[in-house]
Design a protein around this ligand. Structure first.
Ligand SMILES: C[S@@+](CC[C@H](N)C(=O)[O-])C[C@H]1O[C@@H](n2cnc3c(N)ncnc32)[C@H](O)[C@@H]1O
Length: 235
């Protein structure tokens, strides 16, 4: 890893250390498994179906979203900087018999050779783990074709997101490991939109992903105060 890369080695190490449990439905990645059908539906609807679309999944981890998109017939490439999450993703796709490619790279490096290549780029729950999220957004904008679609999801910087995503999810309910998130790295939708628009991405719609601690269920709605998805089109 060279110094100028937009990578936080301690973040990569955090995901490497628990990668073996990526597909354990009751493990540390349970929230990602539970939100996956909701975000997959959102992406599929906004794209009028993803069958045969060329999709890049930036920060794909163990492949929960990547594999589910490939299952719907998309031609998916997953990118991550963690070797272990990628090994787990590759093994899981072999077990499932689903064909997709996994590559160890940053979005910035990959954009040097693959500009305007993808119909759709997804980047979910990753921006809050990099030193310079605006640089990832700039690279994503280079990777998508003109007229193509881009989806980012991350955590909003609000008092409620501190209480839900850190105090409740990490400390009280232990839904994710302690230290998974740093509130300073959460991003307001207005800030993400302004970075995206500076890079030729026009915002089309948003959705909130909320957790109900009583029912233990996630839902997709208009409440973007904790976790949200933004959908853009490349001008
Ligand atoms: C919370 S996981 C999200 C996984 C997946 N996107 C999902 O939502 O199911 C964040 C992932 O981002 C990866 N990551 C962190 N920094 C990265 C970087 N600079 N380039 C590529 N991947 C990165 C980590 O290795 C980890 O797998």
């Amino acid at each position: 890893m060279t110094e100028h890369q937009n990578v936080d080695p301690s973040e990569i190490a955090k995901f490497e250390s628990i990668a073996q449990r990526w597909w354990d439905l009751d493990g540390e990645f349970k929230p990602l498994h539970e939100i996956n059908p909701l975000r997959l539906d959102f992406i599929n609807n906004k794209c009028n179906g993803i069958f045969d679309k060329k999709i890049l999944d930036v920060g794909c981890g163990g492949g929960i979203l990547s594999e589910s998109m490939a299952k719907l017939g998309a031609q998916v490439t997953g990118l991550d900087m963690g070797a272990e999450p990628l090994n787990v993703a590759k093994l899981h796709s072999l077990e499932s018999g689903i064909k997709l490619d996994y590559i160890q790279s940053t979005a910035e490096e990959f954009a040097l050779q693959n500009s305007h290549t993808f119909d759709v780029v997804t980047c979910m729950e990753m921006l809050e783990h990099v030193p310079d999220p605006a640089s990832v957004i700039c690279a994503v904008s280079k990777l998508v074709k003109p007229g193509g679609k881009v989806f980012f999801s991350t955590l909003n910087k609000t008092l409620k997101s501190y209480l839900f995503a850190i105090v409740a999810a990490e400390k009280l309910l232990k839904l994710v490991p302690n230290g998974t998130h740093d509130h300073k790295k959460f991003i307001k939708p207005s800030v993400l939109i302004s970075w995206a628009e500076q890079n030729g991405l026009k915002v089309k719609s948003s959705a909130g992903l909320t957790y109900n601690p009583i029912s233990g269920q996630y839902s997709l709605n208009q409440d973007v105060s904790v976790n949200y998805i933004l959908y853009f089109e490349k001008i």
